[in-house]
Design a protein around this ligand. Structure first.
Ligand code: SF4
Ligand code: SF4
Length: 462
């Protein structure tokens, strides 16, 4: 039998009828998805925190060196000229999220978003550890001020502030080198006011978010939740309540009732305070707490698990499910174009940058029957290591070159300007003649990679 799921209109879960905040106190839950989430949170917290500390190729695994305008990514080194490649990186992340959302719904929100990871994996754990389970927290919050309430609140918020400070220092380590951060921590804030302001503001935002704002970030700030209705369809995996199986809800002892015993356990564990039985809602962050909670109840009342489960809307309504849908083919087409574009873009990116530039002032001068162009080569080592470069003129065009320095060593991401004087007899001057110089980088393994750089040679009548 198939039944269309009902649409239940209710005010936003975190608002009271008078418009004030309905603070959500989710109950503890255990089960297979909670265990999976805990493992994922632990791994991701380790990754988020350790990335600036772990070194790959002598540099932090991920480091956006703002001062020197460099970007280190898992051993790759990029400078300001490579910034355009960030477009491919960011669009790749966006596309992955788009396709993953179309197929698997809000897995990102429930398992991997840093907000969820740190809220559920760190801050809520601290709260439970100090203030106890939901029932105790609600009772203590409703009661008047007491010593017991005071010390727990003070301890909780003190730890929150310490955690916010620690996280903001980790965050800034993605942009300022770790030795600099450690050095600044030990010095007077007046000596590094910019970094100090950043860390202070960041700590304040993190403390505000994780101590009070919490699910409101997902509900009213993050655009991803609002976009999900445009990215998903009736075959996308969501977390839903099997209305056909569950209704009419009521006591398990009444054989007329469906499987839902109306215990509201799925509601009290929800971190955004919604009732999943009202159907798919924007507020659902896909955490699966209600799945574990309901499975626990189904086991207690001797009914099969899965009354609340991962399924598509079609699956929940008892309709056939489809994997191949026009939207996925469309997204797949965009992803293929992105892949081709990215391979092409990264293939264009070379280990060094070299350009022939003209000196400022007169473009040429004529003396002793010769036309002379004074140039300079701008050379940038874009690798993560010191490299040796050879500068060799190409003499096919009849130009003679004076290059004072034909071999140079450059540090990682170092750059330099090398003077080049190009000379041609005035009677051989003709339009289209070019200054051409071959730049070779000697690899550690002895292999060379070379590029020919050129610029027009200018003279009288050219
Ligand atoms: S409805 Fe369920 S999956 Fe959605 S946020 Fe609430 S507990 Fe998590
Ligand atoms: S936990 Fe399951 S049985 Fe209890 S109210 Fe929710 S859907 Fe019904």
């Amino acid at each position: 039998m198939t039944t269309k799921l009902p649409i239940v209109e209710e005010p936003a879960s975190s608002l009271r009828s008078d418009g004030s905040r309905n603070y959500v106190h989710p109950a503890d839950v255990s089960g297979r998805f909670t265990r999976i989430r805990n493992v994922v949170f632990t791994v991701l917290i380790a990754i988020y925190v350790l990335l600036p500390f772990v070194k790959v190729g002598g540099h932090p695994a991920v480091f956006i060196d703002i001062v020197n305008r460099r970007f280190y990514l898992f051993g790759g080194v990029f400078n300001a000229q490579d910034f355009w490649l960030v477009f491919f990186l960011l669009s790749g992340v966006g596309l992955t999220l788009l396709i993953m959302t179309a197929v698997k719904g809000r897995l990102w929100c429930g398992y991997a978003c840093p907000h969820t990871v740190f809220l559920e994996g760190v801050f809520r754990r601290v709260e439970r550890w100090i203030e106890g389970p939901r029932a105790q927290r609600l009772r203590r919050n409703a009661a008047g001020l007491s010593f017991d309430k005071l010390w727990r609140k003070v301890l909780k918020h003190s730890l929150y502030i310490v955690l916010a400070l620690a996280l903001s220092h980790v965050f800034i380590s993605y942009f300022v080198s770790l030795p600099s951060v450690l050095d600044m921590v030990q010095r007077n804030p007046a000596e590094h006011p910019t970094a100090f302001t950043w860390v202070t503001v960041m700590s304040g935002i993190l403390y505000f978010n994780f101590s009070w704002f919490r699910e409101q970030l997902c509900l009213i700030v993050c655009p991803y939740g609002r976009l999900q209705s445009a990215m998903t369809d009736s075959d996308t995996m969501v977390i839903g309540y099997d209305w056909n199986r569950g209704e009419p809800r009521g006591k398990a002892s009444n054989s007329e009732n469906g499987d839902c015993v109306d215990c509201k356990r799925c509601v009290v564990v929800c971190p955004t305070g919604i009732d999943i039985r009202n159907g798919l809602q924007m507020e659902c962050v896909g955490c699966a707490a209600c799945v574990d909670a309901c499975d626990e109840i189904m086991n207690k009342v001797g009914r099969p698990e899965g009354l609340v489960r991962y399924d598509s809307l079609n699956g929940l309504e008892g309709k056939p499910k489809h994997f191949g849908r026009p939207r996925l083919f469309f997204y797949g087409g965009i992803a293929t174009l992105w892949l081709i574009g990215s391979v092409f873009a990264f293939a264009q990116s070379s280990a060094f940058e070299a350009n022939v530039l003209r000196h400022t002032g007169a473009p040429f001068f004529v003396a002793d029957g010769q036309v002379r162009n004074s140039m300079r080569i701008h050379l940038i080592n874009k690798t993560g290591e010191k490299q040796t470069f050879l500068i060799e003129p190409e003499s096919e065009s009849g130009i003679e070159y004076i290059i004072p320095q034909k071999r140079i060593e450059l540090e990682s991401l170092g750059s330099t300007y090398l003077p080049v004087l190009a000379v041609i007899p005035a009677d051989q001057m003709r339009p289209g003649v070019k200054v051409q110089v071959k730049i070779s980088m000697e690899g550690r393994d002895g292999r060379k990679s070379s590029r020919l750089v050129e610029a027009p040679f200018v003279g009288p009548g050219s």
